[in-house]
Write a new protein. Structure first.
Length: 66
């Protein structure tokens, strides 16, 4: 599903950026060489960041999943 229309970023791409080490919205955009345009995607990207952080926190073997 597209989460950022301005930059054509999907939730899968955002999750990929987070798995590669992006930790905030700026780093997510930077991972794809783009930047925030209108900001409407910010809440969704922040939600994906929170989801990623809570999943990482709950995983007792974080390296085994990668
Ligand atoms: S929808 Fe992401 S910057 Fe506009």
């Amino acid at each position: 599903m597209y989460v950022c229309i301005c930059n054509s970023l999907t939730d899968r791409q955002v999750r990929s950026a987070l798995a590669s080490g992006a930790r905030n919205t700026r780093q997510v955009y930077g991972h794809f060489g783009c930047s925030c345009v209108c900001g409407k995607c910010m809440p969704m990207i922040r939600s994906l960041i929170s989801e990623h952080e809570s999943t990482a926190r709950d995983d007792p073997f974080p390296l085994a999943a990668e």
